[in-house]
Design a protein around this ligand. Sequence first.
Ligand SMILES: Nc1ncnc2c1ncn2[C@@H]1O[C@H](COP(=O)(O)OP(=O)(O)OP(=O)(O)O)[C@@H](O)[C@H]1O
Ligand SMILES: [Mg+2]
Length: 241
Amino acid sequence: MSAVIEFQNISKIYGEQKVIDSLNLEIADGEFVTVIGSSGCGKTTLLKMINGLITQTSGDVVVHGKNIKDMDMIQLRRNIGYAIQGSVLFPHLTVEQNIAYVPNLLNKREKEKTRRAVKKWMEIVGLEEELLSRYPSELSGGQQQRVGIARALAASPDILLMDEPFGAVDEITRKQLQDELKKIHQKTKITILFVTHDITEAMKLGTRVLVMDRGTILQYDSPERIQQQPATEFVRRLIGG
Ligand SMILES: Nc1ncnc2c1ncn2[C@@H]1O[C@H](COP(=O)(O)OP(=O)(O)OP(=O)(O)O)[C@@H](O)[C@H]1O
Ligand SMILES: [Mg+2]
């Protein structure tokens, strides 16, 4: 399998603090990578370096074989969906306009097709159709989060970055969203990076689990292998062994 995302000797320094330390990682096409580690260990930083929202201090990030330093950021981000905790919706656009934003940019003429797609994604993430004409400020936190997920998916990205996307939803909805996301991944074979604090979620969803600690990778393996052979004491405790 070919690598879709490569981190080559990446470091990130803020002031005096090295938050990512000489990190090397290859993510193969179609993996569902769950990223777990203590608060502040560098998960969000790692994710944001893939779509250029954060620039590394040294090293290279390579996406689809291209060094992102040499890429146009708009072009790069067009194929990378990004869903994060908390609302990042356009406040002046309705739910429908938010989800349709990228599809509309890509195929201006096919309004009806986009409308159907928006409805499909609303259903998948469990949102009532009546919410389509509301503005983000008129939604609950969990609803906003689901609109964010629908918007990220509606853009048909080939890489999807998700930073604790299910943080603000209840247990039942969370379980539904996990199952849906797993199905979407199996169907579309997009590459997903998914940050979570929940080890059960990480082991359930990931085809690979990335365990981080203080800016380094402790283990990057299938859930089965992590279960059988935790690389360090930290990993063993994390999985409750
Ligand atoms: N703009 C910034 N300036 C200085 N330090 C920063 C900045 N952004 C992040 N950091 C620091 O870098 C480290 C990594 O942050 P990051 O957001 O990647 O952590 P995280 O693993 O996502 O944590 P959490 O699980 O709490 O979201 C933290 O110590 C954080 O305080
Ligand atoms: Mg974070």
